[in-house]
Design a protein around this ligand. Structure first.
Ligand code: ZN
Length: 83
């Protein structure tokens, strides 16, 4: 897993760390809101096909390619339109 450079609003790792402390409540139940806030999720870089933390909608991977949720969605739409 690697980090890409966020070009839009970036995921807040410090807030995630704080959320992580609240993922499991003292009674043992899982706080899903905190669980989702604790992890940005993962996306795949269309350039090098490696897994990248989804820290922003648009990011620059160290392979030089743009990646992120917005890029993945853009590529998906482009593929559909070319059908
Ligand atoms: Zn890449």
């Amino acid at each position: 897993m690697k980090h890409a450079k966020p070009l839009t609003d970036a995921f807040d790792w410090e807030r995630a760390r704080q959320a992580q402390e609240h993922v499991v409540s003292s009674d043992g139940t899982v706080n899903w809101r905190a669980a989702f806030a604790a992890d940005p999720g993962v996306t795949e870089c269309p350039g090098c096909k490696e897994s990248v933390w989804a820290e922003a909608d648009v990011m620059r991977c160290d392979c030089g390619s743009l990646c992120g949720r917005e890029i993945v969605e853009m590529l998906r739409r482009a593929r559909e339109e070319s059908k």
